[in-house]
Ligand binder design. Structure first.
Ligand code: ADP
Length: 582
């Protein structure tokens, strides 16, 4: 997409739908511009009306008749400019805020539709920076560009007209001087690349900060504070360097304009005095043209650097559109049906699967999880167990082979119906910054308090929840701080119980727990898995003794399967593993 197309899209999809507000904003900008241009006339009036006063009267009478001429004009112009400026400012800002609000909504929708694989690839901090930083850049640029393009351009046009009407020779003389400013715009065009560098770098810093502050435990326990500081300081320094470079280039414009402006003033004064001598100009006109110069200069200067604002805004817009336009590759088939779970049998048939980076994770794997039974996956790390758990809810698609639930291929059913029938309890309990009840309630958004309490009881969580000062309404901080690992686990088990799905995927977290909480979590898990087709990744063999079937997974394949007793008598890998663990 080119910048031109981005601007067209911004106009068509975001600004024009707010046309009422947009037109009103332009209208009040025009009013503001006209009133500002009126100052040019006001200046000539102030001086020429003073010169024209009858000097025969006393000073007080003189001042009064002067005030009667000047005051209504001053009041009229300033009030009009003030009101017009106030209303257009509010309208422009609300236009910009609505625009980025809509962008944020669309970004979030797109981000949630994203393939799971994309999340693994892009650091979360990058994505967050697009939601926060890029969005504020776009908002600020929009306010600036709309203001400059309409308000300032109109102010320039109206002021020049006012000046020409007052004294066209003098004004024309001055306009010629301003044409000398065009090269400035050319200089500013060079800035774009750097603004982009800065934006990208901010995304990177956000990602690094999130990593570093998020990994506090590791940083503290490994004593990595200095290392992290050095790493981040390098980033901060880089940011300073990039910003300085940008500012230096932008600042170059100002001194040039200053000098050109000074020359213009000198030229106008000299030419004006000559005209005054010949009687072609009044003192008021000379002052008005100089005043007009003062009104024009900041506007023209803003227009000269408008390109930066446009480019800065556009590179953020590009990044935002990129998020909005990311299409998931993993979608529902056109003729997808609803998954119908009758028994809840999960069947993986001759599966081959490769991660986007080329790692072969599964290589001809076949296994069955029988309805209502517990099937355990054991084996060395990197064998492919977690990958199996990703493929069942179709977070990834298999390269060949198929995943079937009650004989329906997961690619033939809707993702919504598939995932409705699956509950997941992973090693790390994911808890949101909300109340305990709300966290459990994520299992079934329609569940009432009674159902939530019931689920918590089944997960053996009711006791510790009630011991908290606000019970179910206790808010969990970030990551559920304050609860023990086992308690967090039991909350996520309660959530899965509430979900009441026929298929259950467990990644045992028991290795991180002490014996007592392990026993409690295990009991809760046993209750949860009762009557459901359960696939469990077992990190310790002690917990799989009772599994109905155990698969030993290694190198992306099943190397052994059977019950605990069967596998022990075979004397293969499992027997070897259980020998060392007992
Ligand atoms: P296990 O759960 O048995 O430890 P995994 O399913 O996590 O095994 O891993 C199987 C293989 O796939 C390993 O070689 C691992 O490095 C690789 N792998 C896992 N996740 C990813 C990923 N997101 N991207 C690339 N390779 C991955």
């Amino acid at each position: 997409m080119t910048d031109r197309q981005r601007i067209a899209r911004l106009w068509r999809d975001y600004l024009w739908p707010q046309k009422g507000r947009l037109i009103l904003a332009f209208f009040f900008m025009a009013i503001f511009a006209a009133a500002t241009a009126g100052y040019v006339y006001l200046i000539s009036l102030i001086i020429d009306a003073a010169n024209a006063l009858d000097d025969s009267g006393d000073a007080f009478a003189q001042a009064r008749s002067y005030a009667l001429i000047i005051l209504p004009v001053i009041l009229g112009l300033t009030l009009t400019a003030a009101i017009g400026g106030y209303i257009q400012r509010i309208l422009t800002n609300s236009l910009a805020l609505n625009t980025v609000g809509q962008m944020q909504t669309e970004m979030l929708q797109a981000a949630q539709r994203r393939d799971y694989a994309d999340f693994a690839e892009e650091p979360t901090g990058n994505l967050i920076a697009k939601f926060t930083n890029d969005v504020s850049v776009v908002s600020a640029s929009l306010v600036r560009v709309l203001g400059n393009l309409v308000k300032d351009v109109l102010t320039v046009i109206f002021s020049v007209i006012a000046m020409l009407v007052l004294n066209w020779q003098l004004s024309l003389f001055m306009v010629v001087f301003f044409l000398a400013l065009w090269p400035i715009i050319e200089i500013s065009k060079r800035l774009r690349g750097n603004a982009k560098d800065v934006q990208e770098h901010i995304g990177q810093i956000t990602a690094e900060l999130k990593e570093s502050l998020g990994g506090t435990q590791l940083v503290k326990t490994y004593g990595l504070e200095t290392h992290e500081q050095t790493r981040l300081n390098r980033s901060f320094d880089e940011r300073i360097r990039l910003y300085l470079k940008l500012v230096t280039q932008q600042a170059r414009v100002d001194p040039i304009l200053e000098v050109v402006g000074g020359l213009a003033i000198a030229a106008v004064v000299i030419f004006g005095v000559w005209q005054y001598g010949t009687g072609a100009a009044t003192g008021g006109q000379i002052a008005a043209v100089l005043g007009g110069l003062m009104i024009l200069a900041p506007r023209l200067r803003a227009l000269g650097t408008l390109n930066n604002a446009v480019q800065e805004g556009l590179s953020s817009v590009a990044r935002i559109f990129e998020v909005i336009d990311t299409e998931p590759s993993l979608t529902d088939a056109a003729d997808a049906t609803e998954l119908k779970v009758t028994d809840g049998q999960v069947f993986l048939s001759d599966i081959r699967f490769t991660y986007p980076d080329g790692t072969i994770a599964l290589d001809g794997l076949t296994l069955t999880a029988d309805p209502g039974k517990t099937t355990a996956l054991v084996g060395p790390s990197g064998g492919g167990k977690s990958t199996i758990m990703h493929l069942i809810p179709r977070l990834y698609d298999v390269a060949s082979g198929s995943v079937r639930i009650d004989k329906q291929d997961v690619r033939d059913v809707t993702q919504a119906s598939l995932r409705r029938n699956i509950a997941v309890v992973s090693q790390e309990a994911t808890l949101f910054n909300d109340t305990i009840a709300a966290n459990i309630g994520l299992g079934d958004l329609n569940a009432d308090r009674e159902a939530i309490v019931h689920a918590a009881k089944a997960a053996d969580a009711h006791g510790f929840i009630m011991a908290l000062p606000e019970g179910y309404d206790t808010r969990l901080g970030e990551d559920g701080a304050g609860l023990s690992g086992g308690q967090k686990q039991r909350l996520s088990i309660a959530r899965a119980i509430l979900r009441d799905a026929p298929i259950l995927l467990l990644d045992e977290a028991t290795s991180a727990l002490d014996t007592e909480s392990e026993a409690k979590v295990q009991a809760a898990l046993d209750r949860l898995s009762e009557g459901r087709t359960t696939l469990v990744i077992a990190h310790r063999l002690g917990t799989v003794r009772d599994a109905d079937c155990i698969y030993v997974i290694d190198g992306g394949r099943v190397v052994e399967s059977g019950t605990d007793a069967e596998l022990r008598t075979v004397g293969g890998v499992y027997a070897g593993l259980s020998g060392t663990q007992n």
